[in-house]
Design a protein around this ligand. Structure first.
Ligand SMILES: Cc1cc2nc3c(=O)[nH]c(=O)nc-3n(C[C@H](O)[C@H](O)[C@H](O)COP(=O)(O)O)c2cc1C
Ligand SMILES: [Mn+2]
Length: 484
């Protein structure tokens, strides 16, 4: 059982999926550039043990490969993203398991009071050249609770270090912490909050996935693991805090816009920087009142900005899973696979394979996808294919798109839908709303004269394979695909 980030790292190390970098690196660009280049080469998770000017080590690229996500999810290594998304969807729709409250935990081993907190001494990297600063929140969870409520929300939101004990928060419209902050503003009170870094990886995966309002990510993570997450009660905030986290910051957020400060830009997951004039977009700040950390804590970070290997591995699993779980809840028959290709930003495009059972089935699925919590939020393109197409095989998806769709019949645009402020396809001022493209790339259910796909003769394939040597074809010829 994986009960902490350290358990996860041990498992990665056992199968050669973790490397420790001993040489000194600069937190200013160097650390993340080493990680990106390593990722492009299919590299392991990296712990930088010697970050310039910092006492503690820094983990990066922990979940940039499907096998490491499998370890985090406690699923067999070697599962495909679609298989992991399926299993996740099944588990997340099971009953949640509330966290188990302990009287103390290793995260409390070191306590730093407000006057001694200095976030700049943590090994927090600056990731890309035009980033507004050092970002602490890309694997963190902000923990908050509505006044009088009995569930804690955990959300991953980027957090820029703005001062010794101050973090600028980017809470997008509709996000749970933002809705809660608006409640506190109405009440004229500051919102108690905690930030945890280096928690159980599955908790991060849930904190950065759309779990419905009213459901604590603790309960959802417990449901996925089949076992409660262990927490302690924060003394200052009363919030539940992961007992085994590497770092926890307790503090508060002032909801008054006069306390907002410029934040950004940040190299974001679509592969572009967020809106570049930070002054135009002041953000609420989290002020640290107390910091805890484990002995020899491991700071955990990741970048999302530059496209390429390793980027969007996580969303390609988690967004697929949450749309799939949403479709399961709607009880639509014939859903065979759901997949958000990482090449399309992991979130912007979803391909759903269905076994068509009745007239209009494919269009129903298109509507349903954009009606799910997660599909509504960031999907821009939804493609529905027949179940002979594997949604995670882009050659097959492109073939279905090209051969089974006809623009006038197959394409619909759903207008005035919930937008995404990071969507580079919409002018910055208009990003609150967007539109969604639906493409039906199935062979229409109602056609009586369906196109017949060309296939080789199975008996002849068998025969040719058996006597392959006889043909004496040099497959490894110079310049050929199989050149050796
Ligand atoms: C690495 C990473 C960074 C993210 N950064 C932000 C962010 O800065 N702001 C934001 O609103 N959502 C961000 N998200 C998405 C949220 O984590 C996600 O929408 C989550 O569902 C929010 O939790 P909530 O539904 O409880 O509000 C990020 C996700 C990941 C994986
Ligand atoms: Mn939530």
């Amino acid at each position: 059982m994986i009960n902490s980030l350290r358990d996860f790292l041990d498992e990665c190390e056992k199968i050669g999926e973790l490397s420790r970098v001993k040489v000194q690196v600069d937190w200013d660009l160097e650390l993340n550039h080493v990680a990106d280049i390593s990722d492009q080469k299919g590299g392991p998770a990296l712990i930088f043990e010697n970050v310039k000017g910092c006492k503690h080590s820094c983990l990066i690229a922990a979940l940039s490969k499907p096998n490491r996500c499998a370890i985090a999810l406690e699923m067999p290594v070697g599962m495909s993203r679609v298989e992991m998304a399926r299993e996740w969807a099944v588990r997340v729709n099971r009953q949640g398991i509330p966290p188990k409250v302990l009287s103390s935990g290793p995260v409390q081993d070191n306590v730093i009071e407000e006057k001694d907190v200095d976030l700049s001494t943590l090994p927090v990297p600056k990731l890309y050249p035009m980033d507004g600063g050092r970002y602490l929140g890309t694997t963190a969870a902000l923990i908050t609770r509505e006044p009088g409520a009995d569930w804690d929300n955990l959300g991953t939101y980027r957090m820029q270090i703005l001062g010794r004990n101050s973090l600028g928060l980017n809470l997008q419209p509709g996000k749970h912490a933002r809705l809660m902050l608006e409640r506190y503003r109405k009440l004229g009170r500051k919102m108690p909050a905690a930030v945890c870094v280096g928690q159980l990886p599955v908790l991060f995966l849930l904190a950065s996935t759309g779990v419905p309002w009213g459901v604590s990510e603790y309960d959802a993570a417990g449901g996925i693991r089949g076992e409660a997450v262990e927490v302690i009660q924060g003394e200052l905030t009363g919030l539940q805090i992961p007992a085994s986290a590497e770092y926890v910051l307790e503090g508060e957020i002032d909801p008054d816009p006069s306390a907002y400060r410029p934040e950004g830009p940040f190299g974001e997951y679509p592969g572009y920087y967020s809106a570049s004039i930070a002054e135009d977009y002041p953000k609420p700040c989290f002020n640290v009142k107390r910091m805890f950390h484990r002995d020899d804590p491991i700071f955990w970070t990741q970048s999302v900005g530059a496209i390429g290997a390793g980027k969007n591995t996580i969303p390609s699993i988690q967004i697929s899973a949450s749309i799939w779980a949403g479709l399961d809840n709607l009880r639509i028959p014939g859903i065979k696979a759901v997949y958000c290709p990482p090449e399309a930003g992991g979130r912007f495009m979803v391909v759903v394979a269905i076994e068509q059972k009745y007239y209009g089935h494919a269009v129903q699925v298109g509507h349903a996808v954009v009606a799910t919590t997660t599909g509504n939020y960031r999907t821009k393109i939804c493609i529905v294919v027949d179940d002979d197409i594997h949604p995670d095989n882009m050659d097959e998806v492109l073939w279905a798109l090209a051969t089974r769709s006809d623009a006038a019949r197959s394409v619909q645009v759903f207008k005035r839908t919930f937008g995404e402020e990071l969507d580079p396809g919409v002018p910055i001022e208009q990003r609150d709303m967007n539109s969604k493209l639906f493409i039906d790339a199935t062979i229409p259910f109602e056609w009586t004269r369906k196109p017949i796909q060309v296939q080789m003769d199975p008996a002849m394939i068998e025969k040719v394979k058996k006597q392959w040597e006889k043909y004496d074809i040099n497959l490894a010829r110079k310049g050929g695909e199989n050149e050796i």
